[in-house]
Design a protein around this ligand. Structure first.
Ligand code: MG
Length: 248
């Protein structure tokens, strides 16, 4: 069932989304060669808890971290730990906060120090594809329009869209209906209605779209070992178009 939220409910959801966005911004400011992913996670947790919010991911399905921190060929669901970030790494941080009965959810990929032009191009294309997807989230459009917009943008640049993991509705639950794939056919799928709140989150690979899960049962990596990037916003569909809720 897809939830339609009232203006008041959307207003109540804004704080969780703002805290999520601030947590992501903090993560970006801390990413540098020499920091471990556990240290980064610790600071993100400290920030979220300092606001009175709860980290949405901590304990979710047994996930042991506050944020999913995925480096280079890691696509999503990387577990924070002793891994040290190195110069030239790209680091995807996915983080959510639960506050006042609502979740926010967002992600971004950051470069550590100087990164290669190829890595920068992947980051830029993935970020842009998110905005292409958001722009397609107009009331009256369909979920397939979002995925089609993301897919067209990245495939035109020679990248591939991860198929096994998709965006989702978000609100009182972290993962709600509908699924929001980053690929699709225009005009297909559930209709986008004012009051729907969804997380759009392209996961874009440099090489093959294929991924596999490591033995830790969480970390998803590219099958060919090439880079992957991930950007995500929580948005609301409104009568006047999509509104990004995860703004710092
Ligand atoms: Mg998400």
């Amino acid at each position: 069932m897809i939830s339609i939220r009232s203006r008041r409910e959307l207003e109540a959801m804004k704080d969780a989304c703002r805290i999520s966005a601030q947590a992501l911004q903090l993560a970006g400011s801390l990413i540098r060669p020499g920091i471990t992913t556990a240290e980064l996670d610790h600071e993100i947790r400290r920030f979220i808890e300092s606001t009175g919010a709860k980290p949405s991911f901590l304990g979710y399905g047994g996930f042991p971290g506050t944020a999913c921190i995925s480096v280079n060929d890691e696509v999503i669901h990387g577990i924070p730990g002793t891994r040290m970030i190195r110069e030239g790494d790209i680091v995807s941080v996915d983080v959510g906060a639960y506050y006042n009965g609502y979740h926010g959810d967002n992600a971004a990929t950051f470069g550590a120090g100087a990164i290669s032009p190829e890595a920068q191009a992947l980051l830029d294309a993935t970020r842009e594809s998110l905005y292409e997807g958001i722009n397609a989230a107009q009331p009256g459009n369909r979920v397939g329009d979002i995925g089609a917009a993301v897919q067209a943008y990245v495939e035109a640049r020679g990248y591939s869209v991860v198929r096994q993991y998709v965006g989702h509705g978000v609100g009182t639950d972290l993962h709600e209906d509908p699924n929001v794939p980053n690929f699709g056919t225009p005009g297909r799928g559930p209709r986008l209605m004012p009051g729907m709140t969804i997380a759009i989150e392209p996961m874009i690979n440099q090489g093959t779209a294929d991924v596999r899960t490591l033995k830790d049962k969480w970390t998803v990596v590219t099958a060919d070992g090439k880079l992957s990037a991930h950007f995500e916003h929580t948005i609301a569909v409104t009568t006047s178009g999509p509104v990004i809720l995860t703004k710092p």
